[in-house]
Design a protein around this ligand. Structure first.
Ligand SMILES: [Zn+2]
Length: 292
């Protein structure tokens, strides 16, 4: 589906095993920027290359026309098809410097962020050809530039990308959906990153991996809603901070999800990781108060 003059999107469904018997239906939005060549923002999970190649064909292009893959971060639903696409197109791969270890070393990512079924979601490790940092400008073509905005929180090296001529802001997994499980490594950084994006002027469409394109006012409303959601979660975690212990973590997470309005059955170790980042902040501010 075409979104702006240069940007098209594909919603690619996939399944995530949550244990040996159960799988969740998920999806990821992948974005294609069409110019004299084609540039991808994220790739979806392993196997998504077929949907991307089919879409290219339908729009009169071929895999060899892909010039670059820009990865918003290293998680499997973003990097999963990168190797297959790179092999089919000889394109280059770009990502933030803080994400390369998890893109190039999948075992390391799995060890440090264990996700059931992880290896079936990623087609293989891919080499990153260009390291990005905040403020970089990716010159796709004359008059087609992507601005790199470092937006950590969901992960350390998450980036957002702004295609200013189209007013198109690619936000990866930075802005949480209020109807979905909250997934981030660091609550405070997430909050700051969303504020940074909200303060950008000229956003005409917000292009998240989790959500349909949000145009005009609803782009900023989605960012405000994400901020309010995180702040609400922070309050609920603070109210439940005393009842946390390592042994009770799964139950503690389910209780918080229920209070936040998400089905408790959606709890998983990644949700625990999100909520514990609030605890870290709460204990830091408690210690500061003690010392003052
Ligand atoms: Zn992610």
């Amino acid at each position: 589906m075409q979104i702006t003059e240069h940007v098209h999107t594909l919603k690619i469904p996939f399944k995530v095993q949550i244990n040996a018997a159960q799988a969740l239906d998920r999806f990821a939005y992948v974005y294609l920027i069409y110019g004299q060549r084609v540039y991808l923002v994220d790739t979806g999970v392993s196997g998504s290359e077929q949907a991307i190649f089919d879409y290219l064909k339908k729009t009169g292009w071929k895999p060899k026309d892909i010039d670059k893959i820009i990865l918003t971060h290293s998680h499997p639903d973003h990097i999963g098809a990168a190797l297959a696409i790179k092999e089919a197109s000889s394109c280059s791969v770009l990502a933030h410097r803080d994400e390369i270890d998890w893109i190039e070393d999948l075992d390391k990512q799995y060890r440090e962020r264990t996700l059931f079924g992880f290896h079936s979601l990623v087609g293989g490790a891919v080499k990153v050809d260009q390291l990005l940092q905040n403020g970089d400008i990716i010159n796709l073509e004359p008059d087609l530039e992507l601005e790199v905005i470092h937006t950590p929180g969901h992960s350390r090296g998450s980036i957002s990308l702004f295609l200013r001529p189209d007013g198109a802001l690619f936000s990866g997994d930075v802005v949480p959906l209020t109807s979905d499980v909250p997934i981030y490594d660091d609550f405070k950084d997430s909050l700051e990153s969303i504020k940074l994006l909200r303060n950008l002027s000229g956003v005409e469409v917000l292009l998240s991996a989790w959500d349909e394109p949000r145009h005009a006012d609803s782009a900023y409303k989605a960012m405000e809603a994400g901020l309010a959601y995180l702040e609400h979660i922070h309050q609920v975690v603070a109210d439940n901070a005393d009842s946390y212990s390592e042994g009770s973590e799964p139950r503690w997470c389910r209780n918080i999800l229920e209070e936040v309005g998400i089905p408790p059955a959606a709890a998983n170790p990644l949700v625990g990781r999100s909520f514990k980042s609030h605890l870290k902040l709460l204990s830091n501010s408690l210690n500061q108060k003690k010392h003052n």
